[in-house]
Write a protein that binds this ligand. Structure first.
Ligand SMILES: Nc1ncnc2c1ncn2[C@@H]1O[C@H](COP(=O)(O)OP(=O)(O)OP(=O)(O)O)[C@@H](O)[C@H]1O
Length: 275
């Protein structure tokens, strides 16, 4: 099944994100095996830059649709410029409507929610709600994924607290983060969810926290990237080089150097110097 392989992908390819893996697998499993869901699946992914939010969306797409992100049923909104124009609201609504009437199992990914015009996200509320049909179309089998850095500070704070007190990060539970996360998202004027009716009406099924990545996770990312390159006949994985590249990144806070400040994001470029 779809979910069997997603589980394996999350386990083998996504590093340092036990909470996100668990929530995503469970929610998709339930949603995909339900022939008659009450509402679409709405996941909101939060966390610092380079921690795997976009990457996970790609894994989800790949496991649901044969062509993954290239599938004509997967729609990725990323132009921050468009998000700033409230005049585009009706265009977006029409667009979602058109796509879902074409395929009820459509997936919409909204990148950079933090830069989205505040009115836009509320304008798609009818699609995300518990309606049987809207203008004759059922949206209940569609999937919406929001990506943002909103709430990253509160996630980092919790992770740092565990780090400083020597507790295993895998002991962090959703309840340690959920409240502060939804609070900071809803009350931050700069957040795309600022006073959003989606939150007020509980239409977001899960707020999925992505933790800041540690040195060891960065090494794992680099090794994974080296394996991909090797499979294309380009070099071979080398742990010494992986450590070298990982130690070139910046870590925060300055003294403790607990977390990579760019997650695994800049390793591609750094790796190019060694190959
Ligand atoms: N937790 C992770 N496990 C494995 N690889 C990762 C992880 N996080 C990031 N990566 C790697 O780093 C690349 C960049 O990460 P990604 O684009 O998913 O970050 P992001 O969280 O979406 O960041 P941003 O908030 O800046 O958009 C990914 O393509 C992936 O190769």
């Amino acid at each position: 099944s779809v979910i069997l392989y997603l589980g394996a992908d999350l386990k083998n390819k996504l590093f340092g994100q036990h909470l996100a893996s668990r929530i995503i697998l469970k929610s998709l499993n339930e949603f995909m095996s339900n022939d008659n869901p009450e509402k679409p699946l709405v996941l909101s992914l939060h966390g610092p830059s380079g921690t795997g939010k976009t990457f996970v969306s790609q894994l989800i797409a790949k496991n649901i649709y044969k062509e993954g992100m290239n599938s004509k049923f997967v729609h990725f909104f990323t132009s921050t410029l468009h998000f700033r124009h409230s005049s585009l609201i009706s265009t977006y609504k029409q667009w979602i409507k058109g796509n879902v009437s074409n395929c009820e199992r459509s997936m919409f990914i909204f990148d950079e929610m933090d830069k989205m015009h505040p009115g836009l996200i509320d304008s798609i509320k009818p699609f995300l709600d518990y309606h049987h049909k809207v203008d004759g179309i059922s949206y209940r089998k569609s999937i919406y994924i929001f990506l943002s850095n909103d709430g990253a500070e509160s996630i980092i704070e919790t992770a740092l607290d565990f780090w400083r007190t020597g507790r295993d990060r895998e002991e962090i539970e959703l309840k340690d983060l959920e409240e502060s996360l939804s609070f900071s998202i809803f009350n931050n004027e700069k957040s795309g969810f600022y006073h959003s009716s989606l939150i007020e009406n509980n239409l977001v099924d899960f707020f999925v926290p992505f933790l800041p990545l540690e040195y060891s996770h960065v090494v794992q990312c680099i090794m994974a990237e080296m394996k991909i390159r090797a499979s294309k006949g380009n070099g071979k994985p080398n742990l010494d080089v992986a450590h070298k590249v990982a130690s070139e990144l910046q870590y925060l806070p300055k003294i403790e150097r607990a977390f990579s400040s760019t997650g695994c994001k800049t390793i591609q470029k750094k790796l190019n110097f060694y190959t």
